[in-house]
Ligand binder design. Sequence first.
Ligand code: OAK
Length: 815
Amino acid sequence: MNIDKEEFQRQYLDKVAKLHGKPLEETSDGERYQALSSLIRDYIGQRWLLSRRRQRQGKQVYYLSIEFLLGRLTDMYLINLGLRDTVAAAFFDLGVDLAAILESEEDPGLGNGGLGRLAACYLDSMAAESLPGHGCGLRYRYGFFEQDFVNGRQIEVPDDWLKTGFIYEFRRSDEAVEIRFGGTVTPELNGKLRYRHENYESVLAVPYDVPVVGHLNDTVNTLRLWSAEPHRTDFVCSATNRNDCLKTIEYKNDVEAITSVLYPDDSTRDGRVLRLKQHYFLTSASLQAILADLARRDIPLTRLSDHVAVHINDTHPALAVPELMRLLIDEHGMGWDEAWSLTVATISYTNHTIMPEALETWPVDLFQALLPRIFVIVNEINERFCRELWQRYPGDWDHIRAMAVIADGTIRMAHLAIAGSHSVNGVAQLHTRILKERVMSDFHQFYPDKFNNKTNGVTHRRFLIKANPQLAALLGETVGEQWVQYPCDLLGLLPHAADPAFQDKLAAIRRWHKSKLAAQILDATGVRIDPDSIFDTHVKRIHGYKRQTLNAFHIMHLYNRLKADPGMDLTPRTFIFGGKAAPAYRLAKLTIRFINALADKINRDKTINDKIKVVFLENYNVSLLEKLLPATDVSEQIPTASREACGTGNMKFIMNGSVIIGTLDGGNIEIRNAVGEDNIITFGLTADEVLNIYERGGYNPWDIYCGDERVKTVLDQLVNGFLPGGPDEYRPIFDSFLHHGDHFLVLKDFAAYVDAQKELERRYRDRRHWLSMSVRNIAHSGKFSGDRTFTEYAVDIWRLRPEAPVRCYCSADED
Ligand code: OAK
């Protein structure tokens, strides 16, 4: 956008006066933020309108996701509009602290973790690549809970992110659609597959559109978030009829509950009916709007798949398959076969996990009662699919039952998604291989051409340019500003990897961020950390397979060594944790309490001369991650191999020059292949080794407990009063390792992890060597750009022609 500093200042001061009726000097940071965001909204509105007009032609992509973990938007809008430098200079002249203003923005947390943040990254990439790709999600009244610590324990506080309004949303009540739940269906006498749906509860889905601005281009795409509202006409509340009044209130509460909370649990099934309601609400509303738009564009439905691609982000929106069938058949009079081939040609599906408990299934009775018409369609899909299977595997009932969409009273959403889409992709090469060879091997044999890999990628614009502007500037000076459009230009850093002058600049930037973070941590936790220590960061959801306990056990072991030998030569290290546990996941919550207790114990011990510090930062979210990325030396990516589908934190850290210590899992493997074995520290069991152990029914953790003194000491310290807390407080953790089989193989990998940590420290001590590793990580991060991944989706799956394809010399390896 072309606007100079003086003009911006004039417009901003004008906005402040109009909104607040007082001079700038008297306004709070919050009021200043309101004025800035309101001005940005004005700038975007006009561009949005023009972009929509231009986009009327051409194929549109709709990315359906139950989560969009957006993070703060204002700074991203400024960057993408090309206004950040102008605005920073304008505020500097006005004596206003832009950073403080930006901190007043709420962080919209409409997602739990990886899957939701990836969806947000792809929105950014689609707009950056000038492609018409839109998000469809839910406008949760309360986002992902805020995490407070009380006595080291996680307390969940509702995230009231809309309390002061969300300036960047545009309510479009004229485009509201009706969603029907419950009721009865009866076959129409004249049409075999037509049904009459009656006595249902009707809910209004009202869209709120959020603009998604492309980076330095004219594209403004749309993230459409649906909100559930009662029908106004159903408000019957008179003084004379109390019953009607109560019913009305009940109806209103029921309806509003649909979009009131984001489920803070991404691995288990909870609040079942409400959750299924959310899934249907999202898919039905989105598909109705998509078909309405097609009609507005005068495109016949028979050409649907030429003009529309619907992508489902894991199985939460898998009801798109039967819902699209319903709309085509019931509302538009199409026959089954034509509707089915259009549905399959339109829909594509990404799988994001092989964790068995996260593979969704629904009990038939629950499903049928809530979505009777959809159930009839799913049943028909299942019957036809089983007939096809019978043709291929005549008489092999076990095979057919294993692949059926409905079996043993449950509906398997992944099977529905695979049968009803033309493409199924995993999110890293290893993950896709496990899908093809193990978890979905039957389906892969049946539909070999549907399966493909799309290794995840993330946006450099948020996680480097926004999070680390100083590094972004250094990269621009060194390899040219074009790296932003072509992140693979970062390979141009390689000749500078061993250049002391370049390394020193990089080190100075990191040191500046470390000292800033140290001050913030002191402020937030009261713990003083040394900016010259190694900053070792482990931030992600708290889960058994992500193995925060492995990290904690190594810290305990280091501490034990230091206590035994206070003069031990150890490079000072600060271990930083962050992450939320699902409220119902007791062991994960206890892990937080355990690490906080460990931190307390270590940080208070004056005898270890501050050689180790441990902090667990509250309320990990996108904004906190952005502060940690530029200050981190070592990034912990240590899941049990085979469990982490890809991981995306790993990519965000390497683009900021952190070095990974990690297992050979998911995206780590491809990062190792890209940066080279010497620039990452890997350890532990491979995925095949882990899967073989699982196939054998596990292993005996007592062998390790009894055979490795270090492990025994650490585990005993969980239950012998070593840690602050109640006598048996941490016993469930102890039991999970020794009495419940150490399912995530923490003890099995312990020795290898300790060795890897030693190797890491050895390398860190050679400062020049470490910095060259750091540079090489940044240089190879271009391959993990979401623009690259998105271009692959666009070309291979959605069959779009990107106008400005990413240069492909560092594209991901073949499947
Ligand atoms: C959440 C709910 C259900 C299924 C999967 C998830 C999820 O967040 N999966 C994560 O997706 C990320 C993006 O693809 C991956 O990087 C993570 O490895 C995966 O756990």
